[in-house]
Write a protein that binds this ligand. Sequence first.
Ligand code: ASP
Ligand code: MG
Length: 413
Amino acid sequence: MPLVVQKYGGTSVGSVERIKAVADRVRRSAAGGDRIVVVVSAMAGETDRLFALAGQLGAHPNPRETDVLVSTGEQVSAALLAIRLQALGLPAVSLLASQLRLTTDSNHGRARIKSIDVRRVLQALEDGNIVVAAGYQGVDSLGNITTLGRGASDLSAVALAAALRAHRCEICTDVEGVFTADPNICPPARKLSRISYDEMLELAGLGAKVLQARSVELAKRFKVPVVVRSSFTDAPGTWVGEEDKAMEDVLVSGVTLDRNQSKITLTGVEDRPGLAAKIFGPIAKAGIVVDMIIQNASAEGRTDLTFTVSRGDLLRALELVKEVAAQIGAGGVRYEEQVAKVSVVGCGMRSHAGVAARMFEVLAREGINIEMIATSEIKISSVVNIKYGELAVRVLHDALVGNCGAGSYKEER
Ligand code: ASP
Ligand code: MG
């Protein structure tokens, strides 16, 4: 009998009615012959509520106690779902991280999984149970409760699927799968039937919320077949898996918009070795991720350096950069609080040239100025003025993905 891990997110278990619906769905899968391990998130809003409670009692709540607190959301939903399954006459057992022996390091709030001892899960399945595991939580070698980071019940699910060598890991959520763009911005966007791990990783890194990035990394490492699908319908969803020939033929799988970027420019920086290190060293040390960097050609030995950070890091980054600017005698510091980063992602770019040129052409045709560019093997990002962000997504989607079924932009030979 195939073993399937099904993860249900916060919205899917957000009320008693929804938990009943999830239980019905699990029952149908079980009736179809699958052995099932369910992983649940906390009920929608619960984790935020718990964090807020802690915040009311202390400005910097202790990380260990915070984990004891915020991990309870998943304990509640696991128990509720097990109760409902039993009420339907299905043997079920909830298991917390300590019972799953999902051990992590002691990094509270963002612990990394070290191992999972699946014997207890296998025994429970053997005894005919549906296992309902609490996501998001772990336990360190001393038995302290840890959590794996926000959104990490996806990671719990993939990790369990890997450890159990599950047939597949279903991420059941409030959307029908992974889309070529956000349908709220770009109505012709369509659901992808398949996408590669690498593309999904890029999309998750660009803010697509359907899958947590670390869970995709883990799925890739252990080759776990993942399917993202709706909790509310039986629509087939999007498969995330290894790249194949057909995927390579599709140049662009997705177009994304990130509105949470800020741009900082350091003007009049002396053009000599070591200065970039001086500037970015302190920023890196502060744990701030710098995404794009450009350095202008220097004029009279001075150059401008521009880079982006996420908006939440802007103030801290500015403080640090102003300090360095004073030290190195730079001309000044300018910033723009909100810029848009539009990106196109597709593994076909590995083997086909010309996508970047096409992207720039399309933006130029609309009169959208490109302020910065960054590329990876399968991604091209451009920073544009925030007011053109949505327009950029629509025109790029139209030109590079199109709305013609499987077809997408093919290199013109
Ligand atoms: N409940 C946790 C959170 O809100 C984990 C999750 O939902 O994946 O971040
Ligand atoms: Mg989630």
